[in-house]
Design a binder for this molecule. Structure first.
Ligand code: ZN
Length: 177
């Protein structure tokens, strides 16, 4: 595995609609392993392939694994999700506002309205169909990452965007996807 460079706002790849994954070959396995490593090292809770310069429809998601997260999320804490060709097939009517950041837009946060529960369909790293029901923060991360595959960033849909004050950065780093 290897760390990949995270692409920043202004790069065209972040604005393109990513291509479907059609081959679950060795190169793809390397890509997803590198994405997981890069996400954890950043640190972030999610990463989409365009954020490492690869215009393919694959995302990785992982909630933090600290004590507070284990208390709040149980088995979901620290669990790595790798989803190719993800699609939101169901979303709750209940819309909630939450704070988001993005590894491609460092130092900025935004308040974004999203459904609080979603069902995501896609394929695992070997091409096997999978279905995930997510709620709360996990649901938000999935939606944020899937937006990346369609060239959409949180700053496009945020109710407001603000710059983090430097002393907050460490505390808020983990919110970044
Ligand atoms: Zn992002």
């Amino acid at each position: 595995m290897a760390l990949r460079e995270i692409v920043l706002l202004g790069d065209d790849v972040l604005r393109k609609k990513a291509r479907k994954v059609t081959s679950f070959d060795k190169k793809f396995q390397r890509l997803v392993d590198d994405m997981v490593e890069t996400m954890i090292a950043a640190p972030g809770v999610g990463l989409a392939a365009p954020q490492v310069g690869v215009s393919q429809r694959v995302i990785v998601v992982r909630l933090p694994d600290d004590e507070a997260s284990r208390e709040e999320y149980g088995d979901e804490a620290g669990k790595v999700y790798i989803v190719a060709n993800p699609d939101i097939v169901k979303a709750s009517k209940n819309i909630v506002e939450g704070v988001e950041g993005c590894l491609s837009i460092p130092g900025y946060y935004g308040a974004v309205d999203r459904p609080d529960k979603v069902t995501v369909k896609g394929f695992d790293r070997h091409g096997k169909p999978m279905r995930i029901k997510a709620e709360g923060w996990l649901a938000r991360i999935f939606q944020h990452e899937i937006d990346h595959l369609n060239g959409q960033l949180f700053i496009d849909i945020a109710n407001k965007v603000w710059e983090a004050v430097p002393e907050d950065e460490e505390a808020e780093d983990e919110d970044t996807a």
